[in-house]
Design a protein around this ligand. Structure first.
Ligand code: ADP
Ligand code: MG
Length: 771
């Protein structure tokens, strides 16, 4: 049996889910499928796997020896929850392990395995019966990521299959599937007859553990980063001890805010308040402030489905009067960022206690919205927005748009303040905006993403008519049709929709179909090692750190205020960075000055010769991403060797010589092979060139037209697409602009707030010119 540390035992007993243990385990015993709903903090993630474990799941000598698999939509969550459950299991902590894409601790002793949902999806593709497992817990199902949705669909079939197998062979046990959600929006799962013929039982655990008081702002400020800075500064001076968790939308904002806070609170808390220099660019746009006037108070009909016992305070929160007679918090601030591209080691710093006499201030994107418990967080500051990828399935144009989160997300964020004690959530928006502009729930990701990868995987699993797959929310038919069209271009399926042998080979690789296609033509001209490096690079997150995200390292300043001097020093540091940045970008292009793809290949190649953080730092590229690219290169090489007879002798070479001119040319053609539907022609060469009022003076203003109609409909009638300023092509003169460009995707920024009527240009993320 199990000996848990006494403090953990005491905390456990207070968790609402623990009170339901018997009910949950009875339901699991009587049903192969169970849905558990419990608000954030009720103990789902940490406790349910332990209930299963204590009931014998995952123990080699029990009737249910297979592992307990627990999925998380995010890697940080998989790693940190494995750690927490390990701690809770005390002397049996070695029974818990995690597996994320390139990293894991799973061994023969593992009984509970935390993993990302992507990892489990790959495992289903290898063994449709998931024989290694006796139970699967799908956590955070309410987030509705594409992977989670596909997993739920597949597992509904796996459960059936295991039932059938168990009926025939008593040595095989049925698989238990537990779907957990922090919101009650589970009807897409429970009332979906194609998914589950009989609706599964839903077990509800009580709300969160500690009360969280929610404070709305009186006004919704347009510049929420500025507003966050103001509120955090004031809150830090006035609020009793307790960590801050601040929700922002992206890395840029976090870097900016972190710098401001560090500057303002460098020497600790000053009673005069922070001295902050606001440049014109950062100044709040007062005229733009969205002010929706009065907010309802008495008549206000607030219903939040999980605010049991919680209060909502409609008064202005500026005084931070939280009705407690307590000492004011510590003077110093310990500011830490938390976003997905941050190296794992730095992400995990938020779980460590802050230095004595300082307040922990975590600036996070919505990676911190679910799963994670950051010890000591007592106050949440929520900007109410998030950055989401939007994808237009008709035009193929992608954009990253900052928009309001859903009410469900807002309540998740607030819940982060009540995990280890009572807390407060300061919303940087008014209740009027919340009521009027926030949807109940976010739209499932499958409706917002290109899905050719999903379609190929399903076809590779012998599902010719993908529309018949039991999707919790079926994708749009138009989206399915365009995915099939693309797969047909790539020769992955026949015109009638059947998978080809090329298509099944493509599906083996953890790559999007376009990159898998490039890989399979990549052995010509002895290019294979380069092609592998290139597709690995192209499928990873962005390697390059934009210049505006580089934080100058400035020698520590004296505390007694050489502020004007400091400004000058900072400006010099900036200029130095700019010169250096441009020089380095140029050097990366020495093989070819017109191709983003070859530039990326060069970075991947140079990194392999000096795979250190120091090298990445001096070259303004992301270490975490490059490390993953190197691992992916190794993985692709292994997959080629083991799956394709012609490559049986293939060895992995991490260090490569620069490719020859001939190879560079071949590589550029291969890239084009994966993107034949993404080619643009310089507009003046088109059969019907559009009228140009003024001759462009910069290459980024030279119009191009897409060869395949991209249906870009715009109010201002500009059907052209343009070079993105981050591309090496942006450094050419207009005369040097290539006739044809292959692009990976089109992107359009949201209109600037100051001039909403002026639409920004649609820009190509170029891959290469073709000659
Ligand atoms: P849920 O999945 O329902 O949101 P969890 O199981 O993640 O809830 O967490 C339940 C509670 O366990 C938290 O509210 C917190 O009190 C405690 N807890 C979880 N992880 C940690 C941790 N790393 N450190 C301290 N307490 C934790
Ligand atoms: Mg959880």
């Amino acid at each position: 049996s199990l000996t848990r540390p006494p403090d953990i035992q005491a905390t456990r007993l207070k968790l609402p889910v623990v009170a339901e243990e018997q009910k949950i385990m009875e339901a699991v015993h009587n049903n192969n499928l169970v849905v558990i709903y419990g608000a954030t903090g009720s103990g789902k993630t940490t406790q349910v796997p332990q209930f299963l474990f204590e009931a014998g799941y995952g123990s080699p000598d029990s009737p249910t020896p297979g592992m307990i698999g627990v999925t998380q939509p995010r890697r940080v969550a998989a790693v940190s929850m494995a750690k927490r459950v390990g701690d809770e299991l005390g002397d049996q902590s070695n029974k818990v392990a995690y597996q994320i894409r390139f990293e894991g601790t799973v061994g023969p002793q593992t009984a509970i395995k935390f993993m990302t949902d992507g990892v489990l999806l790959r495992e289903v593709a290898q063994d449709i019966a998931l024989r290694k497992y006796s139970a699967i817990v799908i956590d955070e199902a309410h987030e509705r990521s594409v992977n989670t949705d596909i997993l739920v669909g597949m597992l509904s079939r796996v459960v059936k299959l295991r039932e059938e197998m168990a009926a025939e062979d008593s040595s095989i046990k049925p698989l238990k599937l537990i779907i957990m959600s922090a919101t009650l929006r589970v009807t897409d799962f429970t009332e979906n007859a194609t998914l589950f013929a009989t609706p599964p039982p839903v077990i509800q655990a009580e709300g969160r553990q500690y009360p969280v008081t929610t404070h709305f702002a009186r006004k919704t400020h347009h510049d929420y980063v500025e507003e966050a800075f103001r509120k955090i500064s004031k809150g830090h001076r006035k609020l009793p001890p307790g960590g801050f968790l601040v929700f922002m939308t992206g890395q840029n904002e976090i870097t900016h805010l972190s710098k401001r806070l560090k500057e303002a609170f460098r020497g600790g808390n000053t009673s005069a308040g922070p001295q902050v220099r606001i440049s014109g660019k950062d100044a709040p746009m007062e005229a733009e402030d969205i002010d929706f006037g009065e907010i309802g108070t008495d008549t206000h009909d607030f219903d939040d489905d999980d605010d049991d016992g919680d209060e909502v305070d409609f008064h202005d929160d500026d005084d931070f009067d939280i009705g407690e007679e307590e000492e004011i918090g510590p003077a110093k601030m310990h500011v830490l960022p938390l976003y997905s591209l941050l190296p794992t080691r730095e992400q995990l710093r938020v779980f460590e206690p802050p230095p004595d006499g300082s307040r922990l201030v975590v600036l996070a994107t919505n990676v911190a919205e679910t799963s994670l418990t950051i010890p000591g967080i007592r106050y949440v500051f929520d900007c109410g927005r998030s950055k989401e990828r939007k994808y237009d399935d008709v035009t193929g144009v992608q954009s990253f748009e900052i928009g309001w989160i859903s009410k469900a997300s807002a309540s998740q964020r607030a819940g982060r303040a009540g995990r280890t004690g009572p807390g407060h959530c300061y919303r940087l928006y008014s209740s009027a905006v919340y009521e009027r502009d926030f949807q109940e729930f976010a739209e499932p990701e499958i409706l917002r993403m290109p899905i050719e990868g999903v379609v190929l995987q399903l076809k590779a699993m012998n599902l010719q008519h993908v529309i018949n797959f039991p999707f919790p929310t079926p994708p749009d038919r138009q989206m399915l049709a365009s995915s099939e069209k693309l797969l047909a271009y790539l020769n992955a399926i026949t015109p009638s929709g059947q998978i080809t042998s090329t298509g099944s080979t493509m599906s083996i690789f953890p790559l999007s179909p376009r990159f898998a296609r490039i890989l399979l033509v990549g052995h010509l001209h002895d290019c294979l090692p380069y092609t592998i490096a290139l597709v690995a690079g192209l499928s990873a997150a962005d390697v390059f750190i934009p210049e505006n995200q580089i934080v100058p390292t400035i020698a520590p300043r004296e505390e007694d205020g050489y502020f004007t001097n400091a400004d000058r020093i900072e400006e010099e540091a900036r200029n130095k960075i700019r010169r250096n940045f441009n020089k380095i970008q140029k050097e990366f292009c020495f093989l070819d000055d017109k191709s983003d793809a070859i530039k990326l290949l060069q970075v991947v190649g140079e990194y392999a010769h000096d795979p250190t953080e120091a090298w990445c730092h001096t070259h303004y590229v992301r270490y975490k991403v490059l490390k993953e690219i190197l691992q992916l290169r190794r993985q692709i090489t292994d997959l080629l060797r083991t799956n394709i007879t012609a490559f049986a002798g293939l060895k992995f070479q991490d260090k490569l010589e620069p490719p020859s001119a001939k190879q560079v040319k071949a590589l550029k053609q291969m890239v084009a092979a994966g993107f034949i539907d993404h080619i643009a022609i310089r507009a003046d060469l088109a059969p019907v060139p559009p009228e140009v009022r003024r001759k462009p003076t910069r290459s980024i203003d030279v119009p191009y037209l897409t060869l395949f109609p991209s249906n870009i409909s715009r109010e201002d009638d500009d059907k052209a697409v343009y070079i993105h300023p981050s591309s090496p092509l942006a450094h050419l003169s207009p005369q040097e602009c290539p006739e044809y460009i292959v692009y990976s995707y089109l992107q359009r920024a949201a209109p600037a707030a100051a001039t909403p009527e002026k639409l920004p240009k649609t820009r190509m993320h170029a891959l290469t010119d073709i000659t």
